[in-house]
Design a protein around this ligand. Structure first.
Ligand code: HEC
Ligand code: HEC
Length: 225
C-alpha cells in the first residue's frame, strides 16, 4: 500500500464513522464535522496531484464503474437526458458528498439513492476523480429576455458561495454550463423542501426567489462558461 493510498483509507474511515452517527435520525447533523471531512477530502485530492501516476490509476478505476451511468450522464459526463445533471468537470468533493447524501437519505432519487449505496467509499472517490477530470460543458445556448435579471440575481446572491464565474469552490457545486431544466428543478426542491433534497443554506436562498427569478438565474447559469 502506497502512502497516499493509506492516507485515503484512513480518511475514509473517519468519513464513514462520522456519517454513521449523522444518519441516526435523532442526532442533529454536525455541520462543523461535515465541513472538516470535506476539507480533509479536498486535501487528500490535492495531494494526489503530486502523484500523477496514482491519480491516473484511480481515475481509470473510477471510469470502469461508469458503464451504467453513461445512459443518462453521457459518455463524457455531459447529460443526455432531461433533468439529469452534467457531471464533467464537477468538483470531486461535491460529488463524493452527494453520494453520501443519496445513501444516507438526505437526498432522494429512486435510482441514484440505490446506486450510491452500492459503492464503497473508495469507489465513490475514484468515480468523482474520474468525472472531475473530464472537460466541462461549455456554457451557452440559452437566449432569454430574463438573462440580465439572472445575472443580477446570480451576482447578488449566488456568487458568494458558487464563485463569480460559477466554477464553485472546494466542496461547493460548480454550476457553470449546468442544464437549465435541472438547475430550475433543484431550486424548487430546495424551496419546497420536498424531502428529495435539503440544505439549510440553499433552502434559505431559494425561499427568497420568485419563480421568475429562478428561471432567470437558471438561464444565466447555463450560459456561464
Ligand atoms: C437513469 C438515469 C441515471 C443513471 C443511469 C445514473 N444517474 Fe446519476 N443522476 C440521475 C438523475 C435524474 C440525477 C438528479 C437526481 C435529483 O433529481 O436529485 C442524478 C444525479 C447524480 C449526481 C449528483 C450530481 C449533482 O450535480 O448534484 C451524481 C454525482 C450522479 N448522478 C452520479 C451517477 C453515477 C456515478 C452513475 C453510474 C454509477 C449514475 N449517476 C447513473 C440519473 C441517472
Ligand atoms: C451560502 C452558500 C450558498 C449560496 C449563497 C448559494 N448556494 Fe447553491 N449550494 C450551496 C450548497 C452548500 C449546495 C450543496 C447542497 C447540498 O446538496 O447539500 C448548493 C447547491 C446548489 C445547486 C445544486 C447543484 C447540483 O449540481 O445539483 C444549485 C442548482 C444551486 N446551489 C444554485 C444556487 C443559486 C442559483 C444560488 C443563488 C440564487 C445559490 N445556489 C446560492 C450553497 C450556496
Amino acid at each position: 500500500m502506497s502512502l497516499i493510498r493509506r492516507t485515503i483509507a484512513v480518511g475514509i474511515l473517519s468519513f464513514s464513522a462520522v456519517l454513521e452517527i449523522e444518519a441516526q435520525p435523532t442526532v442533529a447533523i454536525d455541520v462543523a464535522s461535515q465541513e472538516r471531512i470535506k476539507k480533509e477530502l479536498e486535501q487528500r485530492i490535492q495531494s494526489l496531484k503530486s502523484d500523477p501516476k496514482k491519480l491516473k490509476e484511480l481515475r481509470e478505476e473510477g471510469q470502469s464503474r461508469t458503464v451504467l451511468c453513461r445512459t443518462c450522464h453521457g459518455k463524457d459526463g455531459i447529460s443526455v437526458k432531461e433533468l439529469v445533471p452534467n457531471l464533467a468537470g464537477q468538483n470531486p468533493v461535491y460529488i463524493v458528498d452527494q453520494f453520501q447524501r443519496f445513501s444516507d437519505g438526505r437526498r432522494f432519487d429512486y435510482l441514484m439513492s440505490g446506486l450510491a449505496k452500492s459503492f464503497s467509499d473508495e469507489e465513490r472517490i475514484n468515480i468523482a476523480l474520474y468525472y472531475s477530470s473530464l472537460d466541462k460543458q461549455l456554457g451557452g445556448g440559452v437566449d432569454s429576455p430574463l438573462l440580465p435579471e439572472g445575472k443580477t440575481v446570480y451576482n447578488e446572491i449566488c456568487a458568494e458561495c458558487h464563485g463569480t464565474d460559477g466554477q464553485g469552490q472546494e466542496g461547493y457545486a460548480m454550476l457553470a454550463g449546468q442544464r437549465q431544466d435541472y438547475v430550475l428543478k433543484m431550486l424548487k426542491e430546495f424551496r419546497d423542501r420536498t424531502g428529495r433534497r435539503s440544505n439549510p443554506w440553499m433552502s434559505a436562498v431559494a425561499l427568497r426567489l420568485s419563480d421568475q427569478q429562478m428561471e432567470a438565474v437558471a438561464a444565466y447559469i447555463t450560459n456561464l462558461k
